[in-house]
Design a protein around this ligand. Structure first.
Ligand code: GLY
Ligand code: MN
Ligand code: MN
Length: 456
């Protein structure tokens, strides 16, 4: 299907969920330290989804399947500094809209429009000024038009063929980046050298990272932003790195590998447990299956593995009921993936949680980002992990609560395992699932071979 047909179909699908006109802003560059030195521009995902092009300071008005684009022709000044850019008419053709208007005419076409807040503050102010009501990405569900947000969620929750092709492309680049990272490890001395090798592989495809890369020997810091650590030969290196295509579609992949190219016995034992949780979770994916049950299945496999290793005592089911597994696996099994790495999380839990469902306050469930029955066409991540987080394990309240189930002496023998995560991107299909990132090995022997490959 052509991109024009895809865009028109997306707008028709939206129209089935909402009668009101929906106006989606693309956003604007945020200044870094002064206005002419901005952060790179990335259009709002809702705009990208329906407009199919990354255009700054633009908006698309969608009503009954028809689309109008608002944007200005580039000023002579812009042409001086940034060169020639497409005319408004050319942009209208790429975006396959029914009409295009100058930016200033936006204010004439606001009757009854609903919108979704853009993340950058300047655009949000513009949205609020034009619509004469507070529009804010914070404090959900206040500050958003619920009806528009729900319609967009229903439209974007499952992916069309064009979107899946984009995610496949992001996955291919991401796999190349992880292989490059593995190959760079044995000759690197610092985490950032491996990160650079991975991001170089992404840049070589003329695309960007979908989120800040995590490349760390401290995998227990879940979203570590440090990458200056020295690589020690007995370390595990955790790399959570994903590419984003030029149209904004993301991949989100984690692998954990031994810096030396060989897992120690203790690292291998824990890795095998995380891999078992990963494999069993993926095997359970099918339309109609509750994602929360997949999370609980992975938790049970991890608990079982910890019992086998002597780290935990008790029956796995009961350990999961008591959230004891969350001492080592404190986050959810994954999330929706699409244009955003946590897709549509700008809308809080509206996309991730089925209507009427709310976050649990249970230790083992509170970070679950997706609580819906799976549907064919969704793409989700599966990313179990095992971490020794000092803030959790040294917390007196938790130590007391789990005193009868943790064998601290056995746990101490696994002190060369700080953090392991294995993360893949999975398309839910009518028959079950397809792992879009399957070409990147997860088996420990294959991982070791990749780390040792180019350098020995
Ligand atoms: N890369 C962030 C995540 O895995 O959720
Ligand atoms: Mn993820
Ligand atoms: Mn990730």
């Amino acid at each position: 299907m052509s991109s024009v047909a895809t865009l028109r179909q997306r707008r028709q699908r939206l129209a089935r969920h909402c009668d009101r006109p929906i106006l989606l802003w693309s956003g604007a560059r945020s200044p870094r330290n002064f206005p002419h030195n901005p952060y790179p521009f990335r259009a709002s995902s809702h705009f990208l989804y329906f407009a199919g092009l990354s255009l700054e300071r633009a908006a698309i008005r969608l009503e009954h399947g028809r689309a109008q684009l608002f944007c200005d022709a580039p000023s002579p000044d812009a042409a001086l500094w940034h060169g020639e850019t497409p005319s408004r008419e050319e942009l209208a053709e790429i975006a396959a809209v029914d009409a295009v208007y100058p930016w200033a005419e936006l204010s004439d076409r606001l009757q009854d429009v609903a919108t979704i807040a853009v993340q950058d503050a300047a655009t949000c102010r513009h949205q609020s000024e034009l619509l004469q009501r507070p529009i804010s990405p914070h404090g959900l569900p206040m500050g958003i038009d619920l009806e528009a947000a729900q319609a967009v969620v229903m439209t974007r929750l499952t992916h069309d063929a064009a979107a899946v092709e984009e995610i496949r492309a992001a996955a291919r680049t991401t796999i190349a980046a992880h292989l490059a990272g593995m190959a760079a490890t044995t000759t690197a001395t610092r985490e950032y050298e491996v990160r650079a090798a991975m991001e170089y592989a992404i840049a070589q495809q003329h695309v960007t990272c979908a989120y800040p890369s995590i490349v760390t020997t401290h995998g227990e810091v879940l979203h570590s932003d440090r990458d200056d650590g020295v690589l020690q030969s007995d370390d595990l290196l955790l790399a959570d790195v994903g590419a984003e295509t030029r149209l904004g579609w993301a991949a989100d992949v984690t692998r954990t590998w031994p810096v030396s190219g060989t897992f120690s016995a203790t690292q291998r034992a824990v890795y095998d447990i995380v891999l078992a949780a990963h494999d069993k979770a993926i095997a359970a994916i099918a339309p109609g299956v509750e994602y929360r049950d997949i999370h609980l299945l992975a938790a049970r496999v991890l608990a079982e593995g910890c019992v086998d290793l002597g780290i935990l005592r008790g029956r796995p089911d009961e350990l999961v009921e008591r959230d004891a597994h969350a001492l080592f696996f404190p986050h959810g099994i994954g999330h929706l993936l699409g244009l955003d790495v946590h897709d549509m999380e700008d809308l809080g839990d509206m996309a991730g949680y089925a209507p009427g469902r709310q976050r649990s306050d249970r230790f083992g469930l509170s970070y679950l980002r997706l609580h819906r029955p799976l549907q064919a066409g969704m793409v989700v991540t599966i990313e179990p992990g095992f971490y020794q987080v000092p803030a959790l394990l040294r917390d007196p309240e938790r130590q007391a609560r789990y005193a009868d189930v943790v064998n601290w002496d056995v746990l101490a023998t696994f002190n060369d395992v700080r953090g392991i995560r294995i993360e893949d991107d999975v398309l839910v299909t009518p028959e079950g699932s397809e792992v879009l990132t399957v070409a990147l090995p997860t088996e420990p022997a294959a991982i070791e071979a990749e780390v040792r490959r180019l350098n020995n």
